[in-house]
Design a protein around this ligand. Sequence first.
Ligand code: ADP
Length: 191
Amino acid sequence: MNLVLFGPPGAGKGTQAKILTETRGLPQLSTGDMLRAAVAAGSPLGRQVKAILEKGELVPDALVIDIIGQRYDQPDCNNGAVFDGFPRTIPQAEALDAMLAKRGRKIDLVLELKVDDAVLLGRVETRIKAGGPARSDDTPETLAHRLKVYYRNTAPLIDFYRAQGKLKSVDGMAPVASVTASIAEILDARA
Ligand code: ADP
């Protein structure tokens, strides 16, 4: 199964993706993690994207489409994957559909985690108070910008996937365990 976890920054996509990896054996394909790893390694890609990440802008579609295609061809994705933080634009979603179609696969389900902006900002503030930001783009200012980018570029994907009949929404403001349970219910209902 190929799943997209969808939602604004701080919605809890990464948390739920990791749980899905443990419970369903689907690898988590997080473009954010891959890009941060490239920055940490100081690779040519990392040098190219460092400033973009710090500003909370989107890196060019062609770059993320390329890294996700390479990652998806690793053998651990034979049974599918959880896409986390990708796609983030309509062209990325179209490229993902094309990439999967070439391999005789498709996106089966898109899980939207719905969380209000005020709650997202509160989560980042709590993380900062609890010991400083773990990520250089986790400041209230950058989060506000990432949210703007989300509404402008990424939220249109909700209609894109709804039109494909693949969208399911989950209340991302519930406790982590409840979100996990709601997702499990949706997945088990399909099995
Ligand atoms: P979050 O969703 O919490 O903001 P991510 O870890 O998914 O964080 O992404 C961090 C940053 O990496 C983004 O702000 C953006 O700069 C870059 N990035 C990640 N995924 C993509 C993508 N699919 N397209 C463009 N840029 C991306």
